[in-house]
Design a protein around this ligand. Structure first.
Ligand code: P6P
Length: 291
């Protein structure tokens, strides 16, 4: 492999191409895999046949990518070595898979880190998500978080057809907050009281579909810290970091409540983190409310 091919950003581009290529096959396999297996993932969540199917397809697709080293999945306790080198890939193979029973959108999330897992968001060299909506699209970027350009692609036939740059609208329109209202800490609930007077509720139970609403219409998405779960629900390596990379690259901000998700220290592969992403002013108001 040449030095050019070994370049982590070039590896990230190939990883995103491979995920785009396998996306139609994942989508085609969903109808017959809506049943739950007698199993739990490392986060203690029920596993759908579709989760396992998507996980196996993505691993297989990435095993042919020169430079791809470790493969980690939300569905697996630990990473496997694809043998390609020092670039690590963390994947949520089917984010929001509980939406399959109700036929609502879900997606595949991919984070490409230059280094071993668990890794800091600052080690990202690329990230993306496939959205299985009415149309199969991908939002993705490569490069360091500080200079990533985020673009949308049509991936319905497995190629990445460039639809143009993604830029967060200046004026926010929508909000979506996870968890149950009685489980929200008082400071977050007070923030919501203000936001719900200003924006329209858009919450569908799949992070990347809800984040896609924010990227399209402007606003804020959060799965906050809860009274019952102070670290929230979403996983830093597989969900928080990649979505922070993409929203920040589109001109927005991310926060764990104190500062950028990309600066949250990585301590374990499946660690959870409160996730808040969206328009900068709304995230600044959130951090003030939680301080
Ligand atoms: P709740 C899907 O299971 C997921 O991990 C995210 O995609 C989504 O934002 C969240 O959980 C939904 O959680 O508690 O609303 O079902």
């Amino acid at each position: 492999m040449s030095d050019r091919d070994r370049d982590p950003v070039a590896v990230a581009e190939r990883v995103l191409d491979a995920v785009a290529e396998v996306a139609p096959e994942i989508r085609e396999g969903l109808p017959g895999r809506r049943r739950y297996l007698d199993d739990e993932n490392p986060s203690g969540e029920d596993v759908l046949a579709a989760d396992v199917y998507a996980d196996e397809l993505v691993e297989s697709a990435l095993s042919n990518v020169p430079g791809a080293g470790a493969y980690a999945s939300e569905e697996r306790e630990s990473a496997v070595d694809l043998g390609g080198g020092d670039v690590s890939v963390a994947v949520d193979p089917l984010d929001g898979s509980s939406n399959l029973a109700s036929n609502n959108p879900m997606g595949t999330v991919v984070a490409v880190y230059d280094g071993d897992l668990p890794a800091s968001g600052r080690d990202l060299v690329g990230a993306g998500f496939v959205l299985y909506g009415p149309v199969t699209t991908m939002v993705a970027g490569t490069g360091s978080p500080e200079d990533a350009t985020v673009r949308e692609y049509l991936v319905a036939d497995g190629d990445r057809e460039d639809l143009g740059p993604v830029s967060l609208p200046t004026d926010p329109t929508v909000y979506g907050f996870g968890g149950r209202v009685p489980d929200w800490p008082a400071d977050f609930a007070a923030y919501v009281d203000a936001i719900e007077d200003e924006l329209k509720l858009r919450y569908g139970g799949a992070m990347i579909a809800d984040v896609s609403q924010v990227l399209t219409y402007g606003g804020v998405f959060a799965y906050p810290a809860l009274e019952s779960a102070p670290d929230g629900k979403l996983r830093l390596q597989f969900e928080g970091n990649p979505v922070a990379y993409l929203v920040e690259g589109a001109g927005g901000r991310s926060s764990d409540g104190d500062g950028s998700l990309l600066d949250v220290p990585a301590t374990e592969l499946h660690q959870r983190v409160p996730v808040h992403v969206g328009n900068p002013a709304l995230i600044e108001r959130l951090e003030a409310a939680l301080s």
